[in-house]
Write a new protein. Sequence first.
Length: 404
Amino acid sequence: MKYLRKIKDDILYIGASDHRLSLFENLFPIPSGVSYNSYLILDEKTCVMDSADASVKESFLENLKTGLNGRALDYFVVHHLEPDHSAVLIDILKEYPDVTLVLNSKSYSMMKSFLNEPMEFNYQLLSEKESLKLGSHELVFVMAPMVHWPEVMVSYDIKDKILFSADAFGTFGALNGNIFNDELVIDDYFYSEARRYYTNIVGKFGVAVQGLLKKASGLDISMICPLHGPIWRNNFTDLIHRYDLWSKYQEEDNDIVIIYGSMYQHTYQACCELALRLADKGILNIALYDVSKVDVSYLISEIFRCKHILLACPTYNGGIYPKMHNLLTDMEALNVSNKNIGIIENGSWAPMAGKKMKEQLSTLKNVYFMESQLTIQTVLKDSNEEALNLFINEVVGLYYNNKK
Ligand code: FEO
């Protein structure tokens, strides 16, 4: 099935979507699928910008052949070597042996690990600010290491002011015919999926993303073409603002998220009581999630979004409830920073989860651990009243102090 759309008179979208994949990277649930974007420039020279995932190989190759319409393929730009964008590269080299791969020194050295057979290919190495002339189009390359892998680069088309941004500004979600942002409803759900994509895939590399945003701020951009999700041809100020916040590990909202693990509902009931009492204090939009039920990628996204993180779980095998332990491991791995964190532990005979949770999160930067910690022995009871009030008062103080 051919699926091409013009993004400019001489630039085609030749990517494809996978609506059937359940887990991106075999890790992250993608209920709305995912797109693998690729672009074909038809100038005096022809040039493809990245390929696609193996799951859409046939569609991609057919799109490319149709788009070329009998012309030779002159250049193939490798912005990012991760297999979701390079799985078809070997097929391209076989079908278009005269093509010249456009790489940087890092991607060139990494290419070897992607070839399971020795292959000769034409290539052109480019470094920072060097350009490739295709005719009326001229692509200027900007290195973007660790946005998401070390070899990543982006390119800027001087003629049409297009930023080909690799993984940056991407999002989960297949494209259903509408490939431009202004053909879609860009609502809270859209941004929550964009945030979930960013925080889980690129979240660890905020410093690198900040570096790229700085470089991009000097460009006059009319269109952003990422490797996943819609092409942005207007109104991208909000998207860039959110990327700036996410990569600085700053919250989007002064909200409270309560994430609990609960074996027999007791910790859950304590968290419900806490949420009700916080609401009574005028706190809005409280989020409450079961760590056993909600995939960790959604929790990470919420942790990035909110300023105040309340974590509650039982003691398990003398330590942290395993599902909570898994979440904390992800928080560490993704460099979560700039948060207020409150801890609630449960333990019927020897509560230890709170101490262990604090220890595990001690490497996070610029995190304030609340002084009050709530310890429950099995069930929240009247004897917890004083500690609960202290805990609530501290949360409320932090919330109102941070209100913008
Ligand atoms: Fe979409 Fe880092 O690959």
